[in-house]
Design a protein around this ligand. Sequence first.
Ligand code: RP5
Length: 164
Amino acid sequence: MSPATVLPKIAIVMGSQSDWATMKGAAEVLETLGVAADVRIVSAHRTPERLYHFATTAAEHGFKVIIAGAGGAAHLPGMVAALTHLPVLGVPVQSKALSGQDSLLSIVQMPAGIPVGTLAIGEAGAVNAGLLAAAILATTDEGLSERLQAYRAAQTANVAERPS
Ligand code: RP5
């Protein structure tokens, strides 16, 4: 199968177009690592039927990990996690009113039984969600594991011993 026909194993969903400025951090780091991702807008409150269809069919579509980002009353990651057995990584998008504190608490405080692996607020969380999703896939993909280790080594090599 050529790379062009490889089905994405990672889905990135977000509650709004306005989340893309943050969530593209996940897409970009995955692209750097050569990992295909399917990116969609899926709003828990504006498109609940799209959310239900996406989450309940995600496993049969071949996804292995789902990254879900939302802001404010950010119920998207938790609702996705409730509807699939796949691992869900939640990214709290920085909100205007409460700087993402609302997003963070909405996503991180899941009751026991339905986990959402919650990352940091904003772009750092999105990038780390991409890296963590890649690390999950890398447990069964030696080539990806090597690319991930090279990414980390390059990051280490890029840190100067002294500030300039
Ligand atoms: C949430 O509401 C979205 O995830 C977004 O972070 C926030 C604001 O959405 P918009 O009003 O910009 O569409 O559902």
